[in-house]
Design a protein around this ligand. Sequence first.
Ligand SMILES: [Zn+2]
Length: 73
Amino acid sequence: MGKVKKGITCSVTGCTNPAVKSVSSDEFSMVQTNLSVNVRGSKIYLCKEHYKVFKKASKKLRRLERWRISRFG
Ligand SMILES: [Zn+2]
């Protein structure tokens, strides 16, 4: 996850907000965000709003992982 240069817009389809964060496309595809994105290279750029959506979804994923570990560990 990194900072984004000015002038880059959000990768989410139909969103024209300026991007504030970038995540790797691998990371993004692991998280079920229900967002459709235009992938340019290996990075996904997200605006403030969509980054919130991603963060929420990734927290859910982590909780699920912990649950799996505690169940099978
Ligand atoms: Zn956006």
